[in-house]
Design a protein around this ligand. Structure first.
Ligand code: ZN
Length: 278
C-alpha cells in the first residue's frame, strides 16, 4: 500500500507543475494522458481501494486541467457548460437568499399587521364599551329628567277661557281652562295613567285620565279618540280636539280633579309643575 499512498500524493505534487520530465514517472499522469497505458485501477493490486483512489485522482486532474486549457477544444465547451451552471447555481443561491429575506420580511410584516389588528380591535372594544357606558348614563339621566307632566296642547296661543269665569252658556262658573285650537289638534296625556272615555251632553266626547297619585284630568269637546281605554304614558296623544257637546267653537276644555274630587284651577296646578299654558 505504500505505493498507492505515494500515488495519492501525486496529483497534489502535479498541481503546481507543468509538463516536467518527472510527469513521466508519475503513473497517474501516464494513465490519464495515454489511453493505451494501463489505468491505475488495472494496475492497482488493492482492488476497490485502488480503483477509488484512481477515480478520485482523475477527477482532480480533470478539475485542475479544465481551467488551464479552457480557451480551446472540448474543455472550453465543458467550461462554457459549467459556467452557466455555476452562474445558475449562484443565481439560485441569491434567489434563495432573497426569498428567505422576503419571507422574513413578510413574516415580520404579518406579525406587525397582526399586532396592529389586535390593537385596533382592543381600541374598538374600548370605544364600544365607553359608548355603551355613555348611552347608559344618558338613559339614566333622561329617565331622571323625563317630564312627569306635559301640556295637553303642544302649540297654541294663550287661553280662551280661564277657571271660574262666568259665561252665558255655562250652568255654573267655568270649571276648567280652554285652549283655542282647530278641530283635530292632537291632545296629549298630561300625566301617565289610565284612560277612560265617555259621552257627556255638556262636555261632548271626553277622556278622563287617572294618574297614579289619583289626580284625574279631563279632556273635553273632543272630535275623536286615539286611545279609548288602558294605560298611557305622559305625552302620549290620546285624542283630537273638537267642538262636541255644549261648545261655542273648536277648543280643548281641560280640567283637573285632585283625588277625583271637585275641579281645581288648572293654571296654578300646571304652573306648580313647571308648565305655563298662557
Ligand atoms: Zn271650557
Amino acid at each position: 500500500m505504500t505505493r498507492f499512498d505515494e500515488a495519492d500524493a501525486l496529483p497534489v505534487e502535479g498541481f503546481g507543475r507543468t509538463d516536467g520530465p518527472e510527469d513521466h514517472t508519475d503513473p497517474g499522469d501516464v494513465a490519464f494522458d495515454d489511453p493505451e497505458a494501463p489505468q491505475p485501477d488495472e494496475v492497482c493490486p488493492g482492488g476497490r481501494a485502488g480503483r477509488r483512489r484512481g477515480a478520485r485522482r482523475r477527477s482532480a486532474v480533470l478539475t485542475i486541467a479544465v481551467p488551464s486549457i479552457a480557451v480551446i477544444g472540448v474543455a472550453g465547451a465543458a467550461a462554457a457548460t459549467i459556467g452557466p451552471l455555476r452562474a445558475h447555481h449562484h443565481d439560485t443561491t441569491a434567489a434563495s437568499s432573497s426569498r428567505t429575506e422576503a419571507a422574513a420580511q413578510a413574516k415580520a410584516q404579518a406579525l406587525a399587521t397582526s399586532e396592529a389588528r389586535d390593537a385596533a380591535q382592543r381600541a374598538a372594544r374600548d370605544k364600544a364599551r365607553t359608548a355603551l357606558q355613555l348611552r347608559e348614563a344618558a338613559a339614566r339621566k333622561a329617565a331622571a329628567e323625563a317630564p312627569r307632566f306635559v301640556l295637553p296642547i303642544s302649540f297654541h296661543s294663550g287661553l280662551s277661557a280661564l277657571f271660574g269665569q262666568a259665561g252665558t252658556h255655562w250652568m255654573q262658573l267655568h270649571t276648567g281652562i280652554d285652549f283655542p285650537v282647530p278641530e283635530g289638534t292632537p291632545v296629549h296625556a298630561v300625566t301617565g295613567g289610565t284612560v277612560t272615555t265617555e259621552w257627556n251632553p255638556f262636555y261632548g266626547y271626553m277622556v278622563k285620565l287617572t294618574a297614579p297619585d289619583g289626580t284625574v284630568t279631563w279632556y273635553c269637546h273632543l272630535s275623536s279618540y286615539r286611545v279609548r281605554s288602558g294605560h298611557v304614558k305622559v305625552g302620549d296623544i290620546i285624542a283630537y280636539s273638537g267642538d262636541t257637546g255644549n261648545s261655542t267653537g273648536p277648543h280643548l276644555h281641560f280640567e283637573v280633579h285632585p283625588d277625583g274630587g271637585p275641579a281645581v284651577d288648572p293654571l296654578p296646578w300646571l304652573l306648580a309643575r313647571g308648565l305655563d299654558p298662557r
